[in-house]
Write a protein that binds this ligand. Structure first.
Ligand code: NAG
Ligand code: NAG
Ligand code: NAG
Ligand code: NAG
Ligand code: NAG
Ligand code: NAG
Ligand code: NAG
Length: 481
């Protein structure tokens, strides 16, 4: 078949224009890029294809829900990615789906709606028995997923802004009808990645994986005013095999709070947090802990390995919080390589934290706190080296502190260590610990060793994926020919 000459020219022109549409005047720098994820996706779409408007005032709740509903058809066909372009995208809560990636461009800001009606009220967590703020239900989180597998929430440092102020005010005034929403909550799920995002001003906790396994949290910047209530950074809760890396957190509560349910509800549910790795964390938390274990720990916390931590102006470094009635355990905890600057307490253990779900807790449910290891740390400007307070008749045992130098503040407490109902050893610790932690001599400085095996989460592979925004030759381009 022969083409008339003129047609050949048109075809060549059309190809050039097509390239032009991609590389030329229609080119946006987000059209092609690579990113890292636990799985890549076969299908993708942009929020704007579902009526999204990034003007900061139009609600995108329906656009997000429509996008996820549409993309969920690809669950078993290579998975999908929803791309959020630059703009300010106001939205209420939306649910995500299986084999799904939410990707926020660096100039994309999700603005959480401040309208309570945008957050469905859901059942309390079974391991808590009630909401954390109020009895009964709780507002669903801004981004919510349950019973999922293979979920990625990432970006090249796009922002999710919880706009928490009215929630914090209502909490203080006792005006909340239900427990405040979290920013991101993923329940009963496996293979989760939350990475390379900036999360700010959550109404309450920022990242809450609960009843999950195989969770990677990486490269998050989490910022909230240091005086606002319960704005924890990352709370692995009854999760197995979790890795938290390269995060920078400034918050009004614990930077990382490891949890596993509350009193009789947590004991009955019986799901521990175990095999948790935390590394390269920077934390500023003037009124709370860098890493808290508890206080909700009734399902147990076991095998936590934290290293390369920088704490600045924080109340305490590692803190164990528990109480009679919690039951459960905190055991096999290893922390090494922690630098602390300006702290109230380097180490803190609290056996009488109280704060019960209700009055039906079992007074005979005593927590087991055992094999807690801290080594290779330097602290400066510390008010009190350690306050280690176990439970009378239920001492915290197997505490080991080695190669730790704590520089005391000018206005330090006269007594650097105050220990009650604890047992353990120390080695090479300055200032000299309490008599409950008798120094074994510097020859034993290698005590409280970190485990040498690696946890399964460290072998979960991250791949390089490519996103290509698909262009078709627009009709109006053809008409010009
Ligand atoms: C996060 O971004 C950094 C570069 O900024 C990159 O090296 C890393 O692989 C990314 N991680 C994930 C999990 O997206
Ligand atoms: C999201 O999931 C929760 C729990 O399954 C459900 O209660 C809620 O209605 C869902 N929201 C939407 C918008 O579908
Ligand atoms: C989600 O998984 C949990 C735990 O396996 C199960 O109890 C619950 O019924 C599931 N929910 C849904 C909506 O499938
Ligand atoms: C991400 O953005 C935050 C807030 O603007 C900034 O502090 C942080 O350095 C950024 N992270 C990266 C890896 O660019
Ligand atoms: C003691 O801890 C410091 C870090 O604070 C580390 O550089 C040093 O190697 C440790 N010494 C021993 C003997 O492990
Ligand atoms: C030491 O800590 C106090 C607060 O306890 C603070 O006011 C002071 O600036 C800190 N000094 C240094 C050198 O960081
Ligand atoms: C040490 O702690 C115990 C119990 O926590 C407290 O009663 C006592 O007053 C403290 N001692 C000093 C000297 O601070």
């Amino acid at each position: 078949m022969e083409f008339p000459r003129i047609h050949i020219i048109f075809i060549v022109l059309a190809i050039c224009l097509r390239l032009n549409a991609v590389y030329g005047r229609h080119m946006h720098h987000w059209d092609f890029f690579d990113y890292c994820a636990i799985s890549c996706r076969a299908h993708s779409a942009s929020l704007t294809e579902f009526g999204g408007v990034g003007d900061g005032t139009t609600s995108n709740t329906r656009a997000f829900q429509a996008a996820v509903d549409h993309l969920s058809q690809f669950e078993s066909d290579g998975g999908s990615m929803l791309f959020v372009p630059p703009g300010k995208w106001l939205t209420g809560s939306f649910n995500i789906t299986n084999h799904f990636t939410l990707f926020l461009h660096k100039d994309a800001v999700l603005l959480a709606s401040q309208d309570e009606s945008e957050y469905a009220v859901i059942e309390p967590l079974p391991s808590y028995g009630r909401g954390r703020d109020t009895e009964g239900g709780r507002y669903i989180s801004l981004i919510f997923g349950t019973n999922l597998t293979d979920v990625v929430i990432t970006g090249n440092n796009g922002t999710i802004d919880g706009q928490g102020e009215p929630w914090w005010d209502k909490f203080h005034k006792g005006e909340l009808l239900y427990t405040r929403p979290y920013l991101i909550e993923i329940m009963h799920s496996e293979n989760i990645q939350i990475s390379n995002l900036t999360l700010v001003n959550s109404p309450s906790w920022h990242v809450h994986p609960v009843y999950c396994s195989n969770v990677i949290v990486q490269g998050l910047t989490i910022l909230a005013p240091v005086t606002v209530p319960n704005t924890d950074g990352i709370n692995p809760d009854s999760c197995t095999n979790t890795r938290i890396e390269d995060c920078y957190i400034v918050s009004g509560d614990d930077c990382i709070a490891v949890k596993s349910g509350w009193d009789e509800y947590g004991i009955a549910f019986g799901m521990p947090t175990k095999q948790l790795v935390i590394r390269r964390l920077t934390c500023i938390s003037p009124f709370s802990a860098v890493i808290a274990l508890g206080s909700e720990m009734s399902g147990g916390i076991q095998d936590v390995r934290a290293e390369d931590i920088l704490a600045i102006n924080s109340e305490s470094g590692v803190r164990i919080k528990t109480a009679v009635g919690r039951g459960g355990y905190v055991k096999d905890i290893y922390v090494r390589g922690m630098a602390m600057k300006t702290m109230k307490w380097a180490f803190w253990m609290t056996g009488n934290y109280g704060s019960h779900a209700d009055n039906n807790y079992d007074p005979n449910a005593l927590p087991l706190i055992q094999n807690i290891n801290y080594r290779d740390m330097v602290a400066e400007n510390v008010t009190m080296a350690a306050k280690l307070e176990g439970i009378s008749g239920d001492p915290f045992t197997g505490i080991c502190i080695s190669n730790v130098t704590i520089g005391m503040a000018k206005k330090a407490k006269k007594i650097a260590w105050n220990c009650t109902d604890i047992e353990g050893i120390s080695s090479g610790v300055v200032p000299q610990p309490c008599q409950e932690l008798l120094d074994q001599g510097s020859a034993y400085v290698a005590t409280c060793n970190f485990p040498t095996d690696s946890l399964p989460i460290d072998s979960l592979e991250i791949q390089t994926c490519s996103y290509r925004k698909k262009y078709s030759l627009d009709n109006h381009v053809l008409k010009h020919l």
